[in-house]
Design a protein around this ligand. Sequence first.
Ligand SMILES: [Zn+2]
Length: 622
Amino acid sequence: MAVAAGLWAAVDVAGQEPQVRRIPERSEIDEKYRWNLESTFKNVQEWEAEYQAVARQVEQLAALRGTLSKSGPALLHALKLRDDTAARLERVFVYANLLSDQDTRVNEHQAMEARARSLAVRYGEATSWMEPELTAMAFETLEEWMGQSTELAVYRHWFENLFRQKQYILSPREEELIAMAGEVFMTPHNTYSLFVHADLQFPTIRDADGQPFELNDAVFYKCVRSHDRRVRKEGYEGITGTYAKFRNTAAALVNGAIQTHVFNVKARGFPDCLTAALTPSNIPPAVYENLIRTVNENLPLLHGYTSLRRKALKLDDGVHDYDLYCGFVGKQKLEYSYEDGVKTIIEALKPLGTGYLEPMQRGFESRWVDVYSTRGKRSGAYSSGTYLTQPYILMNFFGEYDDVSTLAHEMGHSMHSYFSRSTQPYVYADYDIFCAEVASTLNEILLQKHVLKQVTDPRVKLYLLVEFLETFRGTVFRQTKFSEFEHRIHQMAERGEPLTADALGAVYGELMRRYYGPDYTHDDLVDNYWIRIPHFYYNFYVYKYATSFCAASNLARRISEGEPGAVERYLTFLKSGSSRYPLELLAAAGVDMTTPDYILDAMQHFKNLLDEAEALVDQLIE
Ligand SMILES: [Zn+2]
């Protein structure tokens, strides 16, 4: 059934905020809109009994120290006990965590979560000897034992992955010394967090209606997405300017974080920081370099988007950084009931076939999702759950397009988890972070394609096109730019060049001019924008946003065009967890991350959106 046009209530509400609603108590919400926690534990008493059982098992694990190399059966016993303990511990933790998040006002639930957390720390201590004890063995011995036991052979990829990194593991005493310095290494990031969250004081500006409001980091995007240029400029300058006052402190902090990466490289014998950061997921640096090169070759597309933005918003003095985020027309309201949203998602994901849709529909029906905002409930959205539980999605559904898109996104994570957990043994049930955003983004893109076909009102269409262009810009171009910044400053540190505020600002400013092109106007203040970004403390994290998005875009096109075998290969990927290396899994799904092709394909998707937006700008904006 096609989504009836009547589901759409497109109202132009430029400049308005959604009206303030009364937030209900949880007890006022129909059970079908609440997640099914009872399917994990019937009640807190049942959780408590399991907590005690897991705690006993953790002690049994600690007692196995020194037994791994005794025999194949001894090793298998330890690994199976470890997996069983870990899976049950995660279930204990997830239940406490979900209970706590559904109403953060309940102290008893917070206490349960804290106890689960400390049990997890004890588990970590009780098993910390296992990997060093294993890698001290000869791989040939494991090979022999695996030949004698099919149950032990299940762990082959896990063993290989462990031994692959053996060359970077130091002597026990050296490892102990590095572990002892762990707190010290965390100081730059911890200090940055305190500086940003506790010490910064932001000024007050006036909103579009002239009402004063105090700036803080959380309202940054609200300001720069405003249709009132004064609000964008004052909000941007108020926030970035506050950070910029501390540019020398911020440079010293980020330098401190990067020096810990350089220390790790030197201590363990990695060739450079990039390789060290990519090694855990077994990603070759060529994948990273391919991303940077291919995105750079396609920057004329981003320049074209900047030019269109200048024209649509009539910016005579060029597009400033604070002009990069807002829509071309005022906010167009698309209203959905939760049921409409679910129906739209099911329609949009039809190209994935019944092998995907049927378990997803069962998921909706068996209450994976906690739908509405209630008093004390955590804000935002996430997908959770673990090996021994159903998937769980927390969200706060207010009936806007973004909420439907968020639901499709989180459902993508949950379906990936569902398929992997129901196919793989525990040891391979979790997917690598490198693959984690592919399934969620693919759903978002299929939803975009579907919704664009539904919309007839040209203003609504232009509004959505710019939203989608912004998602692409923010995830692919902007994160690649951040990653390039991160790489450049790591290279400077490796060469022993000082990371001063001026040096960092020069790198950032050059990137901004190069990425946004001739219609972009650079203000000196923008040289300090990097101070706002906490990801520079995460060690080569952000490039994964861009690679995941491009891989998802490529897969979404092939699936929606009905390419033979595309759906089957994608479902195999979803079912594979971490049973192979991320790059091998994506290659088997049809995406070769070492070639430019999948990125070029995503760029074509961006170009299509841009062309459509351009035609509508010509039609709607004189
Ligand atoms: Zn996600």
